[in-house]
Design a protein around this ligand. Sequence first.
Ligand SMILES: Nc1nc2[nH]cc(C(=O)O)c2c(=O)[nH]1
Ligand code: SF4
Ligand SMILES: [Mg+2]
Length: 242
Amino acid sequence: MNKWLLPERSEYMKWELPMVEVFETVEGEGTRAGFPTVFVRVFHCNLRCSWCDTPYSYAPDKAEYTGSIEAIVDQISQYKSRQICFTGGEPLIHREKSMALLQAMVDLPHIEDIHIETNGAIDLTPYEAVRLEDKKWQEKVRFVMDYKLPDSGEQHRMLHENFNLLDTQDEIKFVIGSDEDFTVATDVVAKHHDKGQVLYSPVWETMPPHKLVEKILEAGLSKVKLSMQLHKIIWDPNKRGV
Ligand SMILES: Nc1nc2[nH]cc(C(=O)O)c2c(=O)[nH]1
Ligand code: SF4
Ligand SMILES: [Mg+2]
């Protein structure tokens, strides 16, 4: 069941969310890397990963502005991209407001793909319930669920039940910072993974990509996909809004 029945569209389009930025670039990560994409980055996160590259998206920093759902989708519509990366912070932390923004984005006719960069510590049940019932959500909405490994300091927050909610169009991303992270990721996949593309992505500062590739091949992980953060290769790794 959908826990959060939304009010009339005219009502929820007025709802406001704390925002960091909306911008257009190419997707840097995952199976859709390289495609022109609008990024919708909302403020707030329930985790504090040691290697986080977007600390400006939660306290003690402040939201850049507060945007109504109407204004956010208006801005998305000004770009030509057919793909949206809904990210943060944690994009699903705003509960019914996150749901309403997703609905408004799904309703944009030119949008073909909305992927939700969620952190593994948010119960996906209410969103998956809507996707099961709604054809447009099935066509457009995909979870990209991060599984936080020991180096992040947040592994204890991971909700393993989320694995059962993922489908073939979804992705599970493991950001790997050390040999221990690699071992734990591979154990978690063996134990919990059912559907969705598994991605291994190196922590920029501590895991040289060539080492991660060697480890993937050595372990015979033939279904794992390497995901490099293209935006950190194309631009200065500290540059925002790219
Ligand atoms: N180009 C680009 N691709 C990305 N994929 C995921 C991102 C994120 O910050 O969640 C991101 C980002 O910030 N930039
Ligand atoms: S979940 Fe994402 S935004 Fe939140 S602290 Fe971790 S890396 Fe940063
Ligand atoms: Mg992110």
